[in-house]
Design a binder for this molecule. Structure first.
Ligand code: DQQ
Length: 464
C-alpha cells in the first residue's frame, strides 16, 4: 500500500492530478475528468484524465480524454466543463494554453472537443479556437482568463470564465446559440481578490450561486439573476476552509435526481519537502451535495448519502457525559467515518478528536472545537514524523458559544481529514502520518464536562 494514498477518495492510478473537470451525467454514468500530468507526480504537461461511475462511489479508469495538440502549438489543456449539445453530442469546453504569446497569463484561448462515441474519444473540431480575447475589444484586458463553465437557460447557452481585470478577480459572462460562436455579455461579478479561477454558476431554487477559487479559501456568493442576467449579491460564504493546503478548484454538476453535486481537488501542498511519498499527487474530495438554507440563503454542503455503502464494523456510543481528559474510541483505522453530536452549554473551553494517532502519541492530528476562541482548528503540529511536512494549523473561524448543539461529520482517509459541521462549515486538510500504527482515535475534553448526545463510527472499505 502506498504511503498516504487514500482508499475511498478518487485518485488516478499514478501521477499528478489537480482540478476536477467536465463533470456530467450521461446515459447512466457519472463522468469525472481531471487535470492530469501522465508523465510524473509534479504539475507538468496538462492532459485531461477520465473516469466513470454508476454510483458516485466506485470508479473505473478510462484512457486519457484530452492531450495537448502539440502540432497546433497547444501546450496544456487547462480546466473546463462538459455539456451535451442540442443534437445530443457530448462536448467539452476548456482553456487551451499555447506557446509563446499564447500563455496562461495573457494569451489563453478556449477550445472545444466533441465525442463521437459516448464520451470515450474526443475530437477537436476545426472551429477552434471558439473564443479568443478579441471578443472583449481593446478596452477590456483580462489576464489569467480561463476555466469555462457552461449551462443552458431557455434556448441559449451561458458561460462563465474566470479572470483578472485591473488587478481584481472577476467572473465574466458570455452567451451562444450553438457553443461555437460566443458573445461577451458583461462582467458578472468583481471580487476583492486579485484572481478568480474556476468560477461555477448555477441556479439553486430561485437563487443564483457563484462559486470561485481565489488562490485562497474557495468562496461562494448567493444572489439573484433576472432576465437582464445581471447578478446581485445577497449572501456570501466559504465553501471549505482548507484553502491551498486542503481544498481548491471545485466544480459542480447536476445529478439526474436534481441534486447539485460538488467535487474539489485536495492538493498535496501540505507534503512540503517530504520525500517519503513518490509517484502520485492530488485527490478528489468526496462528492458533496449543495443545498440552499431556506432562511439564511447560505449553502448547506454535505457528503453524498451513496458513501454509506462503504461502511463496515459499526461502532456506537450512547449519550455520555465526557469528563475532562482523553477517551480512546473503540474503533480505529486510517479510513474511518464518524458522526457525533454534542450538546453545548456555552461553558465549554475546547474539545475534539485526535486521529491518525500512534500508541505513544508521537504522531497525531487534532481536530479541535475551540469554543473559547471561536474557531475550529486542524492542528497538524504532530501529524507526521516526516521532516518537511507542513505543520501549521488550518483554522475556520466559527462562533460556538451561542450554539446548543454541534453536529460533526468527520471522514479520515490515510492523508485526508474532511469535516462537516452543523451543515454550515467544511474544513478539509492533508496530513501525512508516517507510522503504520498511527491508527487510534480519541476524544479529548478540556474543562468542564462535555455532553455527547450520540456517536456512530464505521471503518470504510476501499473503492477499488
Ligand atoms: N488549474 C488549472 C487552471 C485553473 C487552475 C490548470 C486552478 O485552468 O485555473 O491546471 O487550480
Amino acid at each position: 500500500m502506498t504511503l498516504g494514498k487514500p482508499i475511498y477518495h478518487f485518485t488516478p492510478p499514478a501521477n499528478w492530478m489537480n482540478d476536477p473537470n467536465g463533470l456530467v451525467y450521461h446515459e447512466g454514468q457519472y463522468h469525472l475528468f481531471y487535470q492530469y500530468n501522465p508523465h510524473g507526480d509534479q504539475w507538468g504537461t496538462i492532459h485531461w484524465g477520465h473516469a466513470v461511475s454508476t454510483d458516485l462511489v466506485h470508479w473505473q479508469h478510462l484512457p486519457i480524454a484530452l492531450a495537448p495538440s502539440t502540432e497546433l502549438g497547444e501546450v496544456h489543456c487547462y480546466s473546463g466543463c462538459a455539456v451535451i449539445d442540442d443534437q445530443g453530442v457530448p462536448t467539452l469546453l476548456y482553456t487551451s494554453i499555447g506557446e509563446g504569446e499564447r500563455n496562461a497569463e495573457t494569451g489563453a484561448e478556449h477550445w472545444m472537443a466533441t465525442s463521437p462515441d459516448g464520451l470515450r474519444t474526443w475530437v477537436k473540431p476545426e472551429a477552434n479556437p471558439v473564443l479568443t480575447s478579441v471578443i472583449h475589444g481593446k478596452d477590456l484586458i483580462v489576464r489569467d482568463w480561463r476555466d469555462p463553465y457552461v449551462w443552458k437557460e431557455e434556448d441559449r447557452w451561458l458561460m462563465v470564465l474566470g479572470g483578472s481585470v485591473q488587478g481584481k478577480g472577476n467572473a465574466l459572462l458570455y452567451e451562444s446559440a450553438n457553443l461555437r460562436e460566443w458573445t461577451f455579455l458583461h462582467v458578472l461579478h468583481t471580487g476583492e481578490e486579485t484572481l478568480w479561477e474556476c468560477p461555477n454558476a448555477f441556479r439553486l431554487q430561485d437563487k443564483m450561486v457563484l462559486i470561485y477559487s481565489p488562490s485562497d479559501k474557495v468562496k461562494y456568493l448567493v444572489g439573484s439573476m433576472g432576465e437582464d442576467l445581471r447578478f446581485v449579491k445577497e449572501q456570501e460564504g466559504v465553501v471549505d476552509h482548507g484553502g491551498w493546503e486542503g481544498y481548491y478548484a471545485p466544480q459542480s454538476m447536476l445529478a439526474p435526481d436534481g441534486r447539485r453535486i460538488l467535487w474539489g481537488w485536495l492538493p498535496d501542498n501540505a507534503r512540503g519537502e517530504m520525500t517519503e511519498i513518490q509517484g502520485w499527487s492530488g485527490v478528489q474530495s468526496i462528492p458533496r451535495t449543495v443545498e440552499l438554507h431556506p432562511a439564511k440563503y447560505t449553502l448547506i454542503i454535505k457528503p453524498v448519502a451513496e458513501l454509506q455503502v462503504l461502511r463496515e464494523n459499526p461502532f456506537e456510543l450512547p449519550k455520555t457525559v465526557l469528563p475532562q481528559g482523553e477517551h480512546e474510541l473503540g474503533i480505529q483505522g486510517k479510513a474511518v467515518e464518524i458522526k457525533a453530536e454534542f450538546e453545548l452549554t456555552g461553558s465549554e473551553t475546547s474539545f475534539g478528536f485526535e486521529v491518525f494517532r500512534s500508541p505513544d502519541g508521537e504522531e497525531q492530528t487534532t481536530l479541535k472545537f475551540d469554543v473559547a476562541r471561536g474557531q475550529i482548528v486542524l492542528d497538524r503540529s504532530r501529524s507526521s514524523q516526516a521532516a518537511g511536512a507542513h505543520t501549521w494549523e488550518l483554522v475556520a473561524p466559527y462562533e460556538m458559544r451561542h450554539l446548543e448543539q454541534l453536529r460533526v461529520h468527520l471522514f479520515i482517509d490515510h492523508s485526508i481529514v474532511e469535516v462537516f459541521v452543523n451543515d454550515e462549515l467544511c474544513l478539509t486538510g492533508r496530513v501525512y502520518p508516517l507510522r503504520e500504527d498511527s491508527e487510534s482515535i480519541r476524544l479529548f475534553i478540556q474543562e468542564p464536562n462535555v455532553t455527547m448526545k450520540s456517536l456512530s463510527a464505521w471503518n470504510l472499505r476501499g473503492i477499488w
